[in-house]
Write a protein that binds this ligand. Sequence first.
Ligand code: PAF
Length: 286
Amino acid sequence: MTEVITNIQDMQRLARDFKRDGKSVGFVPTMGALHDGHLTMMRRSIAENDVTVISVFVNPLQFAPDEDYDAYPRDIEADTQAAKSAEVDYVFHPSVEAMYPGEIGVALKVGRLADVLEGAQRPIHFNGVVTVVNKLFNIVQPDRAYFGKKDAQQLAIIEKMVADFNHPIEIVGQDIVREADGLAKSSRNVYLTEKERQEAPELQKSLKSAEKLYREGERESKIIVEAVTTYLESHTSGHVDEVAVYSYPGLIEQQHIKGRIFISLAVKFSKARLIDNLIIGDEEID
Ligand code: PAF
């Protein structure tokens, strides 16, 4: 049975009960508009923990005034149905007023990791993400929390936050879940026009061409970035916002590739900015 909890104190009481009863808690934080990527994390959490909690909360703090906070898809009925079909135990769905009852007195600020890539495009975004994730961790008190690797920069920042703030939580990164044609699942894919939707699988194909170059021994980032950019420009009508090669999870831009890297791209279509990435190479160097 899936139960929807809207009250923060009720959720905290449950979290205390789970601890008292020695039950492990898996947590999947979401902003709703649940898709197969979320469902994969929910199923994994159910397999790995005694209790699974998901949160559905569109966090105003991580949207700039010109972003899609108001338009962000919200359908708690459909999300609850999806959670029920996955057999999630609890859906935590607090109101904005409950989460942010007054003026914010203490805010979190992400350091260097937020200065690049998505963070450079969206300067307040990751401060809002770490603030809400901290609050959610304090409320739900999970043993494990699941985040998608599509938002690889977010995952790296959350891992750093958990280390810096000593949260006793294991962060589990979930591989990107894709449509049959290769488009990475995202709640924002609904913004694509029909033509853009047809072009969108080219994003993954461009990354595959980068992977091929890498496997053939190419280690100059410039060559890989140029190949991906040219591919995207000739196969999509979107504007190529960024193609970059960074170390992962340290997020330092690489000229000459060594260790584990992250090839990241962002393409702006008429109403959606899509991101995709490839993490490659075994050894972490930072
Ligand atoms: O990835 C998301 O959906 C959000 O950034 C998160 C982690 C739920 C925080 O609002």
